[in-house]
Design a protein around this ligand. Structure first.
Ligand code: CP
Length: 301
């Protein structure tokens, strides 16, 4: 496919090829032997929502592969004069942009732009609560690094599942790679509709959801997507926060992940976020290589 909009239906083989390539590019980079595979290509970052990890790692991935990167400044652009996203894309495409990395609060905006693009690739960098496919890939790479496999693992995803594009892309990727049991956990108000994830086990009791888990993915409470918070943060932490005591219910070699940004003391205690079982910064590091693999797959001539 010309674009990357979701991991749903990408398929096991394509996902494994991207993970293998990301690991290969990582080895080449660390050996100081990364070739400029994307020399002459131009990547435009179009971020309509804030980002630290995704935007920076897409930029580093593209630059380290030799591409030109434009961080399109939306606030000072003609979108503020009412220019549509489609006209913005067509304008930048006329300047020979080869790829657009798009983050937007509305589900489906990257797909809408992909349908409009004449030649360029569109990469979804997170749309609403729909999908964040490169986050899914970097999470799979991190799990595979730590556990040696994804097949058969018990993975618990806890927190604000309802608003989480990360949870959705993780579930699609984990299911494609044969995870043994995918558990979703959170208060009822933050769980998805009952029919959305039919192959996942849903829990409201976090202690039960952590029991025997190989991997625990903690999600950020996305206050910006809620009209009001239905519970205070201390109560939330007591029921759904991951601290060292609760973590002992998981397998002793369980890996703890969080896509970031973290609300320390709300969904995760610092003792866990910074502890030996945490892979949070490995996720960040892998983000650059997962994005290199995707950019290469879509842009290399
Ligand atoms: N995980 C993630 O998407 O982080 P940013 O919002 O900082 O890009």
């Amino acid at each position: 496919p010309r674009h990357l909009l979701t991991l749903q239906d990408l398929g096991r083989e394509r996902i494994l090829t991207l993970l293998d390539r990301a690991a290969g590019l990582r080895a080449q980079f660390r050996a100081g032997a990364l070739p400029p595979l994307l020399a002459g290509r131009t990547v435009v970052n179009l971020f309509f929502e804030p980002s630290t990890r995704t935007r920076t790692s897409f930029e580093l991935a593209a630059r380290r592969l030799g591409a030109l990167v434009v961080n399109f400044d939306i606030a000072s652009s003609s979108t503020s004069k009412g220019e549509t996203l489609e006209d913005t894309l067509a304008t930048l495409e006329a300047m020979d942009a080869d790829a657009f990395v798009v983050r937007h609060k509305e589900n489906g905006t990257p797909a809408r732009l992909a349908a409009h693009a004449r030649r360029a690739a569109v990469l979804n960098a997170g749309d609403g609560n729909h999908a964040h496919p490169t986050q899914g890939l970097l999470d799979l790479l991190t799990i595979r690094d730590r556990k040696g496999r994804v097949d058969g693992l018990t993975v618990t995803i806890c927190g604000d599942v309802r608003h989480s594009r990360v949870a959705r892309s993780d579930v699609h990727g984990l299911a494609a790679l044969g995870a043994g049991e995918i558990r979703l956990c959170g208060p009822a108000a933050l769980l998805p509709a009952a029919d959305e994830f039919q192959h996942c086990r849903v829990f409201e009791d976090f202690d039960a959801a952590v029991e025997g888990a190989d991997v625990i993915v903690m999600l950020r409470l996305q206050k910006e997507r809620m009209e009001r918070l239905a519970f205070d943060e201390d109560t939330y932490f007591a029921r759904y926060g991951l601290d060292a005591k609760r973590l002992t219910r998981a397998r002793p070699d369980a890996v703890v992940m969080h896509p970031g940004p973290m609300n320390r003391g709300v969904e995760i205690a610092s003792e866990v976020a910074d502890g030996a079982q945490s892979a949070v910064l490995e996720q960040v590091a892998n983000g650059v290589f997962a994005r290199m693999a995707v950019l290469e797959a879509l842009l290399r001539r």
